[in-house]
Design a protein around this ligand. Structure first.
Ligand code: SAM
Length: 267
């Protein structure tokens, strides 16, 4: 079966199908779906994870872009339980999630090329998303979960941790897929947090200052933010201008974004 899957995989859709039963079981155990959950699976493919989600009796929305995979998904899941199972043959980046109700539990072994824009799209939905369990490149999992001072800490980690809790769950080697990807993968749990979100006065201001602060990692905050924050302002905010961008905590970036948003009248 895995040889057939490898042959049918399409590169442009980022298709690497899970074939490792232990990894599939571990993913399903960490999601622990139940009949009262509304689950959205992104990129179900041949149904490796879908099977277990379907068996939990949850309400299940499948979003799959490759129309060649649609007949199999319809036959195995949707036509058997149309009252709680549906399929959208669409690009997930174009789906209007506000029409899917909620709170939603998001699951996906994602095509890696769309994972970052997709996570930002989902986190913008705030409370509509209960939690997210996704397979990503291990390197991206590390960046999302990195703490201040770590080399992987940067824009992605700050922006996601500013609105959500993150928890790396499972490391997955290339052999767990057909065809095997060139990189290691990992599953991460992301739980949006309304309290964290409420502390951000201007997402635009935060996005902008984080981008600029990390524009040159090896330079100081003073250098990267010289057109934006004066030395007096650094002092008033309790930030050492000689620090490198990776020294600042997520909370401090949020405070800095709030201050700049207020100063520019964006908040
Ligand atoms: N979930 C399956 C598994 O674990 O074996 C398949 C995972 S494969 C890495 C990614 C899946 O996402 C493929 O089925 C692919 O066709 C689908 N896909 C790719 N781009 C997509 C998009 N923009 N919107 C929805 N599905 C997409």
């Amino acid at each position: 079966m895995s040889k057939e899957l490898a042959k049918s995989a399409r590169k442009r859709f980022g298709q690497n199908f899970l074939i490792d039963g232990r990894v599939i079981d571990a993913i399903l155990a960490s999601i622990n779906a139940s009949a009262s959950d509304a689950v959205v699976e992104i990129g179900p493919g041949h149904g490796a994870i879908t099977e277990g989600l379907y068996a939990s009796q949850c309400d299940l929305t499948l979003i799959e872009l490759d129309r060649d995979l649609v007949p199999g998904l319809l036959a195995s899941f949707v036509s058997k339980s149309p009252e709680r199972c549906r399929l959208l043959n669409e690009d997930v980046l174009k789906v209007d999630f506000t029409e899917l109700g909620g709170p939603l539990r998001i699951v996906g072994n994602l095509p890696y090329n769309i994972s970052t824009p997709l996570l930002f799209k989902l986190l913008e939905l705030g409370n509509q998303i209960q939690d997210i369990h996704v397979m990503l490149q291990k390197e991206v999992v590390n960046r999302i979960a990195a703490a201040p001072g770590e080399s992987a800490y940067g824009r992605l980690g700050v922006m996601i941790q500013a609105t959500a809790h993150v928890e790396p769950l499972i490391d997955v080697p290339p052999e767990s897929f057909a065809p095997p990807p060139k990189v290691d993968s990992g599953v991460i749990r992301i739980i949006p947090d309304a309290n964290k979100r409420a502390l951000i006065e201007s997402t635009d201001a935060l996005t902008q200052v984080v981008r600029q602060a990390f524009s040159q990692r090896r330079k100081t905050l003073r250098n990267n933010l010289k057109d934006v924050v004066s030395l007096d302002e650094f002092e008033a905010l309790g930030i050492n201008p000689q620090d490198r961008p990776e020294r600042l905590s997520v909370e401090t970036y949020v405070e800095l974004g709030n201050y700049l948003g207020r100063r520019e009248g964006k908040a």
